[in-house]
Design a protein around this ligand. Structure first.
Ligand SMILES: Cc1cc2nc3c(=O)[nH]c(=O)nc-3n(C[C@H](O)[C@H](O)[C@H](O)COP(=O)(O)OP(=O)(O)OC[C@H]3O[C@@H](n4cnc5c(N)ncnc54)[C@H](O)[C@@H]3O)c2cc1C
Length: 357
């Protein structure tokens, strides 16, 4: 069976890995971090897993809800009444028992049960062709060891810009390269705090009356909606939009935390520094694309796919959103295209054999 090299063990990479490993492909996933999950990666807090960035499921997330059913973890997805301060509305939002790590771990289990392999701490530096119709992915392990994967298909799940930077060796048109490179991204800074108590019971706050200059754009009071679980405190996230040209982006985590905290305490003067039991800062360089491309760029050359949140929609002026549901739908679509291509290839080979006989 043909081999697929998937770059990235975030949600897209894991969904593609699961689908193609189940379809009988030889699957190799290369991830540059030491852990899976990408943007929905989790960490340990107290006796629980929790995401580094705030995540929830919507009732309308068709592809995501279908995936949880398929994996048999829909019974772990619980629905909560969430109050949206700033939009003054209530919504049902979903969260997994055991956090989104439950979903990640199940995907990994299916991949490995079907013979797929996942390598961590491997950064892909170049994708080229081997001159015989296959692709060569060169990567470097964290301890500087080099490694090459030869495959029939490539699925790249990082940002479009990173894809262009690692694919100079591919016979891709200049126009395609430019279109992918022209997709620019907003970055995000997120401060997760474990607190003794939360000053508000709203799940999400989007507006801060009287404080227009807060460095963060939203507060997500995770525990106000999904309870304390076993975190050993109540969890809140302060999420800020940021440009990498912004001086704050290059500041130390400690400095950013202090700036965020100053603004937070202006909103809630009763909060003391001692109310914060622990904190963790996460910076995301390629969080959300600024616009959708004019055409479909998901297969820049035959057999090479870019499964990136920025490419889930094209030919639209709507403001892009990076959502799990749309990246799962794109991953599903790319896997269908690969399996159909593979089927057509086998049928052609069989025809040639019959004609030869
Ligand atoms: C602050 C924030 C909050 C969010 N909240 C929600 C939410 O509540 N609900 C929702 O539906 N969605 C939410 N999202 C979006 C959701 O996280 C994403 O849609 C989803 O996780 C994207 O998965 P992905 O696999 O496509 O990309 P990523 O998660 O970015 O995965 C790409 C992976 O590729 C790896 N990679 C990149 N380059 C290389 C390389 N050269 N070599 C090796 N590996 C590489 C990266 O390390 C990464 O692990 C949120 C996003 C953000 C930023």
């Amino acid at each position: 069976m043909s081999k697929v090299c998937i770059i990235g063990a975030g949600l897209s990479g894991l969904v593609c890995g699961m689908r193609l490993a189940k379809a009988g492909f030889d699957v190799v996933i290369l991830e540059e971090m030491t852990y899976p999950g990408g943007l929905m990666a989790s960490t340990h807090l107290g006796g629980e897993y929790i995401e580094l960035l705030p995540h929830h499921v919507r009732r309308t997330d068709k592809a995501l809800n279908a995936l949880t059913k398929e994996l048999g973890c829909d019974n772990k997805l619980k629905w909560y009444d969430a109050f949206w301060y700033g939009r003054a509305s209530r919504k049902k939002v979903g969260y997994f028992e055991g956090g989104f790590a439950s979903l990640t771990n199940l995907l990994i289990q299916v991949i490995t049960d079907h013979g797929g392999k996942i390598f961590y701490s491997v950064s892909v530096s170049e994708i080229t062709t081997n001159g015989e119709g296959r692709y060569l992915t060169s990567c470097v392990f964290s301890e500087s060891r080099k490694y090459e994967v030869e495959s029939d298909y490539i699925i790249f799940t990082g940002s479009c810009r990173t894809f262009v930077n690692v694919s100079h060796g591919l016979p891709m048109s200049m126009n395609m390269r430019d279109q992918l490179m022209n997709i620019t991204y907003h970055s995000r800074i997120c401060l997760m705090m474990q607190m003794r108590k939360l000053p508000s019971d709203a799940y999400i706050q989007l507006k801060f009356p009287g404080q227009p200059d807060t460095p963060f754009a939203r507060i997500v009071n995770h525990s106000a909606c999904f309870n304390d679980r076993n975190y050993g405190g109540q969890v809140t996230y302060l999420v800020g939009k940021c440009q990498i040209s912004d001086p704050l982006w290059v500041e130390s985590d400690q400095m950013i935390m202090e700036e965020y905290l100053r603004a937070y305490r202006k909103l809630y003067p009763l909060i003391k520094k001692s109310d914060i039991k622990s904190w963790r800062l996460t910076k995301v360089r390629y969080a959300v694309s600024e616009h959708a491309p004019e055409s479909d760029l998901t297969e820049p050359i035959d057999g090479v796919y870019v499964c990136s949140s920025a490419l889930t929609r094209y030919s639209t002026t709507e403001v892009p959103e990076n959502r799990m549901d749309t990246v799962i739908a794109l991953a599903n679509d790319i896997c269908t295209r690969i399996t159909e291509k593979e089927k057509a290839l086998h049928e052609r080979k069989e025809d040639v054999i019959i004609t030869a006989i």
